[in-house]
Each structure stands twice: as structure tokens, then as C-alpha cells.
Design a protein around this ligand. Structure first.
Ligand code: ATP
Ligand code: MG
Length: 229
């Protein structure tokens, strides 16, 4: 089953004299359970692609279907709920809530979703798996960068999202923490059959994924694997 279908996606930033064509007709599909590395040079359009798939920004042209929902057809409110229930995000700049401790930051997306039961056992498990149990009552400002990144990852996984979007989740981490974060992603994928799209500049990590999507100047350069469905 295709969990994600990206068709002829285009993104132009700005309308004035100097528009930036960040994406120039990107199409690909992703099957449920795939772990995909998105690679490409700086400015090639990777974050733009992730933001569009996550519904954080709207395409200039083209469509994105997630679990057979055309996300452009959803109202703002529907999109918020859809995103919360189906998509997890990890950004490079953590975006943790400074006034909440580690535990509450991780539980936040679930707490927000009033229709959903908060699985405290799972949240505790995530925090333990990430080696943050001793820090569960600490605030983000009291954590190292790697620890903050792990909290952000745990938070993205708290909803058990079908699709996890990670924009350079290991970008600022040392090799040991990188290995831990990758281990957690693999564990999470195994346990919850997640589909993961991860931007990375790390060649070794990219090679360890199921497939590589390479973006160059707003277009897909080549796809590893068979790329067919
Ligand atoms: N909000 C914006 N307004 C105008 N231009 C933008 C905006 N966001 C990105 N761009 C431009 O779009 C292009 C693609 O940017 P994008 O952030 O997607 O690249 P990237 O592949 O994620 O790069 P990096 O590896 O450095 O994170 C770049 O030329 C960038 O300057
Ligand atoms: Mg980027």
C-alpha cells in the first residue's frame, strides 16, 4: 500500500522579481513501512519538500496524498487533526516548549488531542528508550543539544504516527548520539510499522535506509531501489 503519493509537486517562493523555484515537479510514492533517506546539497529543496508533505506550507502546483487523503482538500481544522493523528515531525531546531519539562514535552501532542487516550505507559517507555528517564523532570534549557533532540524525537513518536518526517534529526549530534537516535527510529519503525522520511547529510546513514531519494535543484535526481510499485 502506498502511504504517500507526491505528484508533480512544485513550490515557488515569492512572487516578485526574483521568485525561487524550490521544487520543480517532484513525483514519487512511498510504501507503508519504508524508511527513506532524502539527500541533496544545501538549498536543493529538501526542507521545502518535508514542509509540504507535513502540511506546514502549501504547494504552488501538484498534489500530496497521505493515506489516500489529498491533504490540499482538507480544511485548516481537518488538516490540524489529520496531522496530529497521522504525522510526526522532528526538526533540526528541536522546537521544544521551554516551560514544560521533558515528560510533558513528550506527552504534549497526545495531551492536545482530547479525543485520544494518553498512553502514559508508552510515553514512559519512549523516555526510557531514549535514555532520558533521569531527566524527565528537567526543562529543555537544562539539557544538552543531543538530549533536546532526543526529547523532540520522543515527542514526534508519542502519537505513534503512521508517517514520521524528520529533517536532519541527527544533524547536530555526535556519532554516539546519532547511533542512538537511529536505533530509536528503527525500533519505532519495527514496533509500529511506521513509514519514515528522513533528511540526512550523512552518507552512511542514508545507505542504511531502505531507499534514497536524491533531490538536486528542486528535482529528483535518481531513486535507489526499484522505485516502482
Ligand atoms: N520561506 C522561503 N522564502 C523564500 N525562499 C525560500 C524559503 N524557504 C526556502 N527558500 C529557498 O528555497 C530553496 C530550497 O530551500 P530548502 O530549505 O528546501 O533547502 P534544503 O535542501 O532543505 O537545504 P539545507 O540542506 O541547507 O537545509 C533555497 O533556494 C532557499 O533559499
Ligand atoms: Mg533543510
Amino acid at each position: 500500500m502506498n502511504i504517500l503519493e507526491v505528484s508533480h509537486l512544485e513550490k515557488v517562493y515569492g512572487t516578485g522579481k526574483n521568485p525561487v523555484h524550490a521544487l520543480k515537479g517532484v513525483s514519487f510514492t512511498v510504501r507503508q513501512g519504508e524508511f527513506i533517506a532524502v539527500v541533496g546539497t544545501s538549498g536543493s529543496g529538501k526542507s521545502t519538500l518535508m514542509n509540504l508533505i507535513g502540511g506546514l506550507d502549501t504547494p504552488t502546483k501538484g498534489s500530496i496524498r497521505i493515506r489516500e487523503h489529498d491533504i490540499a482538500a482538507l480544511t485548516r481544522k481537518e488538516l490540524t487533526i489529520f496531522r496530529r493523528r497521522n504525522i510526526g515531525f522532528v526538526f533540526q531546531n528541536y522546537s521544544l516548549m521551554p516551560v514544560l519539562n521533558v515528560y510533558d514535552n513528550v506527552a504534549l501532542p497526545v495531551t492536545f488531542d482530547r479525543g485520544k487516550h494518553v498512553d502514559h505507559e508508552f510515553i514512559q517507555e519512549l523516555i526510557q528508550e531514549l535514555g532520558l528517564w533521569e531527566k524527565r523532570k528537567a526543562y529543555p534549557s537544562e539539557l544538552s543539544g543531543g538530549q533536546q533532540q532526543r526529547v523532540a524525537l520522543a515527542r514526534a513518536l508519542a502519537n505513534k504516527p503512521a508517517l514520521l518526517l524528520a529533517d536532519e534529526p541527527t544533524g547536530n549530534l555526535d556519532s554516539r548520539t546519532t547511533a542512538e537516535v537511529m536505533g530509536l527510529l528503527r525500533m519505532s519503525k519495527r514496533k509500529f510499522h511506521q513509514t519514515i522520511l528522513m533528511v540526512t547529510h550523512n552518507e552512511l546513514i542514508a545507505q542504511s535506509c531502505d531507499r534514497i531519494i536524491s533531490i538536486e535543484d528542486g528535482q529528483i535526481r535518481k531513486e535507489g531501489g526499484d522505485g516502482l510499485d
